[in-house]
Design a protein around this ligand. Structure first.
Ligand code: NAD
Length: 495
C-alpha cells in the first residue's frame, strides 16, 4: 500500500468510528488548530519567509489572521450551523416536521496551492473539521518549507488519523486522486482543475474548484485617481502579485492613463520605497520557473514604471505597463506576478464588452464615484466576486461566499459557506401515522375531484406567521375530520 493509500484508508477508518461527528470533538480539534497557529507561529512564519520572502507581520496579516477568525467563527457558530434548519411547508405537510440537517460527507481531499500556502490549505480544513468530516491534507510542493512544517507539526496538534497530511508533487497528488473521496477541495490553476474534475468524475465525487484567471479592474474617469491607485497598487503588489484575486490588468479611458501611471508610481514608492529590492515588505517570485514565465511577458509591451529584475534573487520590481494591446503576451494568461498592464478603452461600454469577451474572472474591480457606472458594470458582467472602490478585501468577509464562476471555479467557501460546502444538506420530513384520511387524494383511484383537492393543497401559498399557522392547522384538522367522516360514510354506504 502506498503512503497515499494508507493515509486515505486511515482517514476512512477513523471516520467510520463516528468520532468526527460529535460536536465536542469538532470544537476540540478546531481549538487545537488554533493552538497550533499560536504556538507554532515562529515555524510557520520562518517557513513562508524562506518560500516567498514574506515578512513575519505579512504572514500573520495575510494568512494566519484570517484563519484564526474562521476558526473562532466556526467554534462560536457550530451548534447553530449543525442544528436542524426548519423550512417552509406546504398545506400537505403543515403538521409535519420538515427541516434540513447538515451531515458530514465522509473523507475530504484538500489540495492546496503555494501562493498563500497556509490560508488556502488550512481554511478548507477548518470547514472540513467543523462539518464533521475526515480530511486528507495535501499542501503544495512548491512551498517546500511550508509543506515540511505542515507535515511535521500539524499532526502533533490534530487527530492524525482523521486529518493526515500527505506531502508530494504531481505523482503523489495523482495517486491520491485515484482513491475514492467524498469531496475534493482543490485550490490552484484552471488547467489542473480540469484534471481534478476528471479524476473526481470516476467516483462521482463532488468538487470545489478554487481557481484563478484574469481579474479586470476598471478605473472610471469619475473617481479619485490617487486613492484608486493606492488601493490597486496594494491589491496588485502584495505578495508580489501572486494573489488569486489580484487585479490582473487595468482598463481606463486614454485621458486617464497618464494620471494613473503617475499615481501608481507614487503609491509604489510610498509602500515599497524607491528600492523595493531591499524593502522587507516586498516579496519574491516563488521559483525560477515562475520568474522566467513572468519576465517573458514583458517582451512586447512598454514599461512605464519598474521593470527591473534579478533571476538569482527571484526579484521582479513592481511594474506598470502602458498602452498594452489585447494581443500582447501579458494579456494571454493570468499574470500571477507584479506586472500591471494598462489597456485603454473608449468608455464603459467598451470596457464591458472587453471583459465579457474573456473567461468569467474570479474578481471584478470597479473604481468609480458614479452609481450608474457601478450598477451597469454589476448588471452586465459576471465574476466570482465584485468589489467596488477597493481590492482584495471581499476575501476577508466571512459572510460573503468566496469562489469563482465558469473558468474561475465552482463552489464557494468561507464561514458558513465552507461548512455547507462540505456537508450534505439532507432534506428531512418527519410525519406521524395519524390523519391518514388526508392522504386519500393521492391514492388511486385518481379522480378529477381528488386532483382539485391536490391542487388546492399543493399550490395554495399561505404565509400568515404563527397565528396563521395555528389557524391553518385548525382548518386542516376540520377538513381532515370531515374527510374521515365522509370516508366512513362512503365505506358504510358501499359495504
Ligand atoms: P500549485 O502548482 O501549487 O498547484 C496546486 C496543487 O495542484 C498542488 O498541490 C499540486 O501538487 C497540484 N498539482 C499540480 N499539478 C498537478 C497535476 N498535473 N495533477 C494533479 N495535481 C497537480 O499551484 P498553482 O496552480 O500554480 O497555483 C496558482 C493558481 O491558483 C493561480 O491560477 C491562482 O489564481 C489560483 N489560486 C486560486 C485561489 C482561489 O482561492 N480561488 C487561491 C490561490 C490560488
Amino acid at each position: 500500500m502506498s503512503r497515499e493509500q494508507q493515509a486515505v484508508a486511515s482517514a476512512r477508518r477513523a471516520f467510520e468510528t463516528g468520532r468526527s461527528k460529535s460536536l465536542e470533538h469538532r470544537v476540540r480539534q478546531l481549538k487545537n488548530l488554533q493552538r497550533f497557529l499560536t504556538e507554532r507561529r515562529r515555524d510557520i512564519c520562518q517557513a513562508v519567509k524562506k518560500d516567498l520572502n514574506k515578512s513575519e507581520v505579512g504572514v500573520q496579516m495575510y494568512e494566519t489572521l484570517g484563519l484564526e477568525e474562521e476558526i473562532g467563527l466556526a467554534v462560536r457558530k457550530l451548534k447553530e450551523w449543525a442544528a436542524p434548519r426548519p423550512v417552509e411547508k406546504n398545506l400537505l405537510t403543515v403538521s409535519d416536521s420538515v427541516y434540513i440537517k447538515a451531515e458530514p460527507l465522509g473523507v475530504v481531499l484538500i489540495i492546496g496551492a503555494w501562493n498563500y500556502p497556509w490560508a488556502v490549505t488550512l481554511q478548507p480544513l477548518v470547514g472540513a473539521i467543523a462539518s464533521g468530516n475526515a480530511a486528507v491534507v495535501k499542501p503544495s510542493e512548491v512551498c517546500v518549507h511550508t509543506a515540511k512544517v505542515m507535515d511535521e507539526l500539524l499532526p502533533l496538534y490534530l487527530d492524525k488519523e482523521l486529518y493526515p497530511v500527505v506531502t508530494g508533487g504531481v505523482p503523489e497528488t495523482q495517486e491520491l486522486l485515484r482513491q475514492r473521496f467524498d469531496h475534493i477541495f482543490y485550490t490552484g490553476n484552471s488547467a489542473v482543475g480540469k484534471l481534478i474534475m476528471a479524476a473526481a468524475a470516476k467516483h462521482l465525487t463532488p468538487v470545489t474548484l478554487e481557481l484563478g484567471g484574469k481579474s479586470p479592474c476598471y478605473v472610471d474617469s469619475k473617481c479619485d485617481v490617487a486613492v484608486a491607485c493606492r488601493r490597486v497598487a496594494w491589491g496588485k503588489f502584495t505578495n508580489c502579485g501572486q494573489t488569486c484575486i489580484a487585479p490582473d490588468y487595468i482598463l481606463c479611458e486614454p485621458a486617464v492613463q497618464q494620471r494613473l501611471i503617475r499615481e501608481l508610481q507614487k503609491a509604489i514608492e510610498e509602500f515599497y520605497t524607491d528600492d523595493p529590492k531591499t524593502c522587507p515588505d516586498y516579496g519574491r517570485i516563488v521559483n525560477q520557473r515562475h520568474f522566467r514565465r513572468i519576465v517573458s511577458m514583458l517582451q512586447d509591451s512598454t514599461i512605464a514604471v519598474g521593470g527591473d529584475n534579478d533571476e538569482e534573487d527571484r526579484f521582479i520590481a513592481p511594474t506598470v505597463l502602458r498602452d498594452v494591446k489585447p494581443d500582447a503576451k501579458v494579456m494571454q494568461e493570468e499574470i500571477f506576478g507584479p506586472l500591471l498592464p494598462i489597456l485603454t478603452v473608449n468608455g464603459l461600454d467598451e470596457a464591458i464588452r472587453f471583459i465579457n469577451k474573456g473567461e468569467k474572472p474570479l474578481a471584478l474591480y470597479v473604481f468609480s464615484d458614479d452609481d450608474k457606472v457601478i450598477k451597469k458594470m454589476r448588471d452586465e458582467t459576471s465574476s466570482g466576486g465584485l468589489l467596488v472602490n477597493d481590492c482584495l478585501v471581499h476575501y476577508s468577509v466571512s459572510s460573503l461566499p468566496f469562489g469563482g464562476v465558469g473558468n474561475s471555479g465552482m463552489g464557494c467557501y468561507h464561514g458558513k459557506y465552507t461548512f455547507d460546502q462540505m456537508s450534505h444538506l439532507r432534506g428531512c420530513l418527519i410525519k406521524g401515522l395519524k390523519m391518514e384520511a388526508m392522504n386519500n387524494m393521492r391514492y388511486p383511484p385518481h379522480t378529477a375531484k381528488k386532483l382539485g383537492w391536490a391542487r388546492f393543497f399543493v399550490l395554495k401559498n399561505f404565509n400568515f406567521g404563527w397565528i396563521g399557522r395555528l389557524l391553518l392547522l385548525a382548518v386542516v384538522a376540520v377538513l381532515a375530520a370531515a374527510a374521515v367522516q365522509r370516508y366512513h360514510l362512503l365505506e358504510k354506504y358501499y359495504s
